[in-house]
Write a protein that binds this ligand. Structure first.
Ligand code: C2G
Length: 763
């Protein structure tokens, strides 16, 4: 008989399940069985679990037609579990390699009925999350140890100090023990129910239950509950005199789903039945729990929080009678069941709201929440002016009429004057002077070369234009709060041919921004046109953005200059303007950013891995190097000692100018090479972290070893060698270059801006 039965319901997402099973395979504790309960899954499960059968016992079950859903699946698991303990795990999550061992040790040590561990939430898959987290965890353990030495408790486990109990009589010891048990249970109720920000987060996961205790209590999951059966299970369990303990060194990683559009987690499902089920759940919880007990207090608190934080807001916003009548009454019925003593424990503003509800005073509820929201907004407003501007956007500017001839241009979030929006703007300004009101969102000091207005991002003027312009030409996503009004036209130029997988083509999202897929889905619905520089981009964009509107297949406006007849003359001028020594050749180094190295949202780190002093020694007689970091990079390059050899153009507006003045480009996984290829000049790829970048962080659309028209290089020495032998390198890659050029630059004819503008503005 195994010691522990691990119950995993499974419906979909084999990719997730593999990570979950990998984490079980890595467990230090081996005496467990896995009960995998299929629930409406029709794929080939054997194919997924076969590789794990040698490492663990996996028993397969499935729910039947009359009993479906996660609660039913868990009940099947409970009925068939043979272990002394049961542990619930979700197929899309994974656990630390010592999680089971840690919980079990505590459970056995002092005859616990349940031991619970800690949760972490992440979008990351296992092999990304673990190394990052382990580093953090070690620091945390060290901090906890230091704290324990100083007599603190913090988040460390509740290890009771048994030494102090040595002089006590047996009776006293028993009493002390029972007090400790009582306190541990009360703490658990607070942690596992009361303090959960949302009641739907009350969960059976990462808890090791003694099976005999569950049998004794006759506990099962409520199969009528699709959404909240965990809440009932946990409240019912804790309402009994059970022995529980926490073990925060047992880590459970809860995967947040980053594709709520195609693959929502249960908590992301919008379902009309939720409200009814919630009421039923709370009513049942009230029915079965001790009216005077701590669990009941926790349940009452969750009802109150739900009403005051969520329901009243719905009530205020909702124009439909559903919330105002039927639901209000049902909510009132429930609120009448809250115990007076428990209500007294709540904050004053909450108490008032619940009282109004209990009295059936709907208008008073709305008045109270309106006042509270206004107060909160006011507090926020006096903290930041952007909030005030956004408020004006919503309340005032959106009510102004749309300005039919205004076009707003934005490139790289207002960081510079560049990319396709720049060339579309220049085409319009040169060819249709005075016809449009041209507005640039620009945070730097660049002066517009033609007519137009400059506004700072998030300024009041900007908000006004965002609310009233008819046209928008952006190369990145618009803000999430942007409201596309009827009649507005949004041209998304995007900012490169995709090499790295994007949005809906990504299995995983590793960037810092949460809810990425949902956001992009909403935003891309608002794009009326999208530009594709080549047939490949057109195909990828349709899939990665789930984009169905017109794709403008004219090449990239930003590359027009690279095909212009006067490009050489322009390059000469630019070299002088940029201070590039006359008789030197130039290498442009333009790497991309790394998803996993950041300080905060949009603030990425960059460590220069090219050894510039070696390059200077070997190449400075003939070359200078132009350095250009990605616009997300917050780190400034340290170029001490590199004077005369390395020039930093990271803040320069438009990279197209830098392409023009360079003889060779070195990049990595940046889309810059698709554009640079238009010049047919040599390209080198310094891909020192290829495996991590391609296989772990991103995934590529193309096989770069096959397709790239230049060598992949891994050390500075290799880069120097390639530069020294650049003619031989070019010759070696000549035929690949031709194929590459046809594929990715074939549509470029120097007239993309014109063609796009004619189409979008009906010229
Ligand atoms: N860029 C730049 N300097 C760099 C890197 C990039 O000016 N050192 C500009 C180029 O115009 C490039 C664009 O930013 O084409 C996009 O940069 P990528 O490195 O390709 O990365 P990312 O911003 O993630 O965009 O489909 C394109 C993808 O979305 C990639």
């Amino acid at each position: 008989m195994p010691k522990v039965s691990i119950i995993i319901p499974f419906r979909s997402g084999e990719f997730f399940l593999v990570d979950c099973l990998e984490s079980l395979k890595a467990q230090s504790f081996k005496d467990y069985e896995v009960l995998l309960v299929l629930d409406g899954y029709f794929g080939d499960i054997n194919h997924v679990i076969e590789p794990y059968k040698a490492d663990m016992t996996i028993r397969l079950f499935s729910t039947n037609e009359e009993h479906t859903g996660v609660p039913a699946a868990r009940n099947v698991g409970l009925e068939n579990a043979e272990g002394e303990f049961v542990y619930f795990l979700d197929a899309d999550d994974y656990i630390f390699e010592d999680a089971i061992a840690v919980l079990l040790e505590a459970a056995e040590e002092s005859q616990e009925d349940m031991v619970y561990g800690k949760f972490h939430y992440t979008y990351y898959k296992r092999d990304i999350f673990l190394p990052i987290y382990i580093e953090k965890r070690e620091a945390m353990i060290a901090a906890n140890e230091a704290l324990a030495e100083n007599g603190g408790d913090s988040d460390a486990d509740d290890d009771e100090d048994d030494d102090e109990d040595e002089d006590l009589t047996e009776e006293e010891l028993a009493e002390l023990e029972s007090m400790k048990r009582f306190r541990a249970r009360r703490k658990a109720i607070r942690r596992l129910i009361t303090r959960k920000k949302r009641f739907r987060n009350v969960s059976v996961l990462n808890k090791l239950f003694r099976k005999s205790k569950l049998d004794e209590l006759g506990l099962k999951f409520d199969e009528t509950q699709t959404f909240y059966s965990d809440f009932l299970f946990v409240t019912m369990f804790l309402d009994h005199e059970v022995n529980v303990r926490k073990r925060f060194h047992a880590h459970y990683i809860k995967r947040k789903h980053q594709d709520p559009v195609n693959n929502p987690a249960l908590s992301q499902v919008q379902d009309e039945r939720r409200f009814g089920q919630m009421l039923e759940m709370f009513n049942k919880a009230i029915d079965v729990t001790d009216p005077e007990g701590t669990v009941r207090r926790a349940v009452d608190h969750q009802i109150i929080v739900y009403f005051t934080n969520y329901f009243v807001k719905k009530l205020k916003r909702s124009e439909n009678d559903f919330w105002r009548e039927e639901r209000f009454d049902a909510m009132r019925e429930l609120a009448l069941r809250i115990s007076k003593a428990n209500l007294r424990r709540e904050k004053f503003w909450r108490r008032r709201m619940v009282k109004a509800l209990r009295n059936g005073q709907q208008d008073k509820c709305v008045k109270l929440i309106t006042r509270r929201l206004a107060w909160k907004k006011f507090k926020k407003m006096i903290r930041g002016k952007n909030v005030l501007n956004k408020y004006l956007y919503r309340r005032k500017y959106l009510k102004l009429p749309i300005s039919e001839n205004t076009i707003v241009f934005e490139s790289f979030l207002g960081k510079n004057y560049s990319d396709s929006p720049k060339y579309i703007y220049e085409y319009l300004a040169k060819n249709y002077p005075g016809k449009y009101n041209l507005v640039w969102v620009l945070d730097n000091k660049t002066k517009l070369p033609y007519e137009g207005v400059k506004v700072k991002r998030f300024s009041r003027k900007y908000m006004q234009y965002m609310a009233t312009a008819k046209y928008f030409v952006f190369n990145m996503r618009q803000p999430t709060w942007f409201k596309k009004r009827k009649g507005m036209i949004f041209l998304e130029t995007w900012h490169g041919t995709p090499l790295k997988k994007l949005v809906f083509d990504l299995d995983e999202v590793y960037s810092a921004s949460p809810l990425y897929k949902k956001e992009v889905y909403k935003q891309s619905r608002e794009w009326d046109y999208l530009i594709a520089a080549n047939e490949f981009s057109s195909r990828v964009f349709k899939s990665c953005f789930m984009f169905d509107n017109p794709m403008l297949e004219y090449g990239y406006p930003r590359n027009d200059l690279l095909h212009s007849p006067d490009r050489d003359a322009r390059a000469e001028e630019l070299r002088e303007k940029l201070g590039i020594p006359k008789y030197k050749k130039t290498i442009l180094y333009a790497p991309t950013w790394r998803d996993d190295e950041y300080y905060g949202k949009g603030q990425y780190k960059f460590e220069l891995k090219l050894n510039l002093s070696e390059m200077k020694k070997a190449l400075s007689d003939e070359y200078v190097i132009l350095l250009r970091t990605h616009y997300f990079i917050a780190d400034a390059l340290d170029l001490k000692g590199m004077e005369g050899f390395a020039l930093n153009f990271s803040k320069y507006d438009d990279i197209t100018d830098l392409y023009l003045v360079s003889d060779i480009i070195i990049t990595d996984y940046s889309s810059v090479f698709f554009d640079y290829a238009n010049l047919k000049r040599p390209m080198l790829f310094y891909t020192y972290d290829l495996e991590k970048y391609r296989d772990v962080l991103r995934g590529f659309y193309i096989d770069i070893e096959e397709e790239l028209p230049g060598p992949l290089l891994y050390t500075t020495a290799e880069v120097i060698d390639a530069v020294k032998n650049i003619d031989a390198v070019s010759e070696k890659y000549a035929s690949k270059y031709e194929v590459f050029y046809d594929r990715y630059c074939g549509w470029e004819d120097g007239h993309a801006a014109e063609n796009v503008a004619k189409k979008v503005f009906g010229l």
